[in-house]
Design a protein around this ligand. Sequence first.
Ligand code: 5GP
Ligand code: ZN
Length: 114
Amino acid sequence: MPDCIFCKIINDEIDSDKVYTDDQVTAFHDINPVSPVHLLVIPNKHIESVQNLEEEDQELMGHMFSVIGTLTEKFDIHRSGYRLIINNGPDAHQEVPHLHVHILGGKTMEHPMG
Ligand code: 5GP
Ligand code: ZN
């Protein structure tokens, strides 16, 4: 998707601090972290939001969550805990219309959510 900032990150058209990449997913540090660990994990395929997922994306989503698990170990937050967030649409303040999972960790999260 030509004007998508995350597609540009995948294609190295703009700089990012990548921590993982394969033929299906890419992960990088959020440019504006809200916790000591703040990663974004995205499918390489441009999918706008959860609403735009198709049947054929099931394996991709399964793989993405497997990568998320591996990254939490790499960043040593798998025991202390972490929060996964997918902002979806205007009420959730989704800023970038390319599906992404935030991995937040390295501190005790605020509770309750919302
Ligand atoms: P959203 O609000 O859509 O769930 O989150 C978008 C996230 O993308 C924000 O946390 C924001 O800091 C991050 N972000 C936006 N532009 C860039 C960028 O160019 N590079 C990186 N690394 N993160 C970005
Ligand atoms: Zn995109």
